[in-house]
Design a protein around this ligand. Structure first.
Ligand code: SF4
Length: 464
């Protein structure tokens, strides 16, 4: 007999990856339209909680407006002899996996970014109360993470209660994240890998180091350490980092070896502190993305909750689609907000001196970790709204990137560098490529090509 016999819908790994579109949903819990939403796991003492207790504060599913979103909070309290505070982050991240086992239920993102949808079909089949959801979660947790001896769940849809808990949750996330700050990747022999998102992106593996937080922003190096100890067969595991191949880009022998094994040879190597060459892969759960802006040779950074267009006219969803899927895409880099507080943030690409644009909200959140002199030189949606305005802004503010434009305009001496191109001045409008409108940016990839020339001239295009 299945342990979910009394649940009106099926529960199993086959439902992971199921997408529920807006028109098919009974209700959306959290999501981008809601300011207040969270999921939180807290470790408690054995006598502090009641095993199996499910509480609903506010409306249950049938009372929520059909086809609409609602503010939402989920608090899971766990207890057990082996349970310690460092396990909270990883137990919390498993909400994503277990919710996605439910037929007709979709869970995206994490912490304060959650978006969950219940399909009309599953609702009509009888999955019509948070009690069902609580029962499924508590059984899965106790089966899959046997160190959890007691579990208690509280579902919240009451806006006032959620607002209060949201504030507490944000403080708890911050305290967790702060633990690894100040540690250095050189100080440890072991990193941690997480393959939880391989059900969505089979070639993706997060490499979690003290100075590179997991892409989802939910698992720190300490969380990885605690989990690998109590759940050695789980998706979070030790990576012996081995010899450092390149300290600047952050390439390690042990990491490369594990990444090759776990991606079944698809990803050859990973360099942790760069968005070019062999960047860390991105599944799709990242909190934000760095995206290269070739017109100014700098990076923009955008986070999931940013609702407008970036300075080059793209939305977060578009940038996210270009980045996700477990691939290594030059110039598109999934990341956590916490990684932006790290001294290793895009260190191989120039770090903060290479960042030219970011939303005001993120700038405000992390400004204490940015070099103070760069803060006023990075544009936001409130200071520029086009690439032309961005170029003017960077020039006026004396952003360090501007110096590199000037250097690039100086003619390289003959014989310098391997790649030397003869008079190759070709505006996009002159490219007679069928199907590509004049003026549209294109990317040409030459594979196994050898280019030989006597001279390279790089000029700033003043007409743009
Ligand atoms: S984003 Fe990375 S660390 Fe977070 S759950 Fe997915 S694989 Fe694990």
């Amino acid at each position: 007999m299945s342990m979910f016999e009394d649940i009106p819908v099926d529960v199993g790994i086959i439902y992971e990856g199921e997408r529920i579109r807006g028109r098919d949903m009974q209700v959306e819990l959290g999501g981008p339209r809601e300011d207040y939403k969270f999921e939180l796991v807290q470790a408690r003492g054995m006598d502090e909680i009641e095993d199996g207790r499910i509480t609903i504060i506010g409306k249950d599913i049938p009372e929520l407006e059909e086809g609409k979103n609602t503010t939402f909070g989920l608090l899971i309290e766990v207890a057990g002899k082996e349970i310690e505070k460092d396990l909270e982050g990883v137990i919390e991240r498993r909400i994503h996996e277990y919710c996605n086992f439910i037929e007709g239920f979709m869970h995206l993102n994490q912490r304060y970014d959650i978006q969950m949808r219940l399909s009309m079909k599953s609702y009509q089949k009888g999955f019509n109360s948070f009690n069902h959801m609580g029962t499924v979660l508590s059984r899965l947790y106790k089966t899959e993470m046997s160190f959890i001896e007691k579990i208690q769940l509280t579902f919240m849809t009451d806006p006032e209660v959620i607002k209060e808990w949201y504030g507490k949750a944000m403080e708890i996330y911050e305290a967790r994240d702060a633990r690894a700050r100040g540690m250095n990747d050189d100080d440890v022999e072991v990193f941690y890998g997480c393959s939880l998102c391989q059900s969505f992106a089979p070639t993706h593996l997060c490499v979690i180091t003290p100075q590179r937080y997991a892409n989802c922003g939910a698992i720190s190096w300490f969380d990885g350490r605690a989990t690998a100890k109590v759940d050695p067969k789980g998706p979070v595991f030790e990576i012996l980092k081995g010899d450092c191949i390149d300290p600047l880009t952050g390439e390690y022998e042990g990491v490369d070896q594990v990444i090759r094994e776990k991606s079944l040879g698809e990803i050859e190597k990973v360099q942790l502190y760069t968005a070019f060459g062999y960047p860390h892969t991105s599944c799709g759960c990242f909190e934000g993305c760095a995206f290269f802006i070739p017109e100014v040779d700098g990076y923009g950074v955008v986070h999931r909750n940013y609702k407008g267009e970036t300075v080059n006219g793209l939305s977060f969803v578009t940038i996210s689609d270009l980045t996700a899927g477990g691939r290594q895409v030059d110039g598109f880099h999934g990341l956590s907000i916490e990684y932006m507080r790290s001294p290793k943030f895009l260190a191989a690409d120039g770090g903060w001196d290479r960042v030219v644009w970011m939303p005001e909200e993120i700038k405000e959140r992390i400004k204490n970790y940015m070099p103070p002199e760069i803060i006023p030189k990075i544009a936001t949606e409130n200071t520029v709204s086009s690439l032309d305005e961005l170029r003017t802004f960077l020039t006026e503010k004396g952003h360090p990137i501007v110096e590199t434009w000037i250097e690039a305009a100086v003619e390289a001496p003959k014989g310098v560098g391997e790649l030397a191109v003869p008079t190759l001045e070709m505006p996009a409008s002159a490219l007679p490529i069928q199907g590509i409108p004049a003026g549209m940016g294109i990317r040409i990839i030459l594979k196994n090509a050898k280019i030989k020339a006597e001279k390279m001239i790089i000029k700033v295009d003043k007409g743009r």
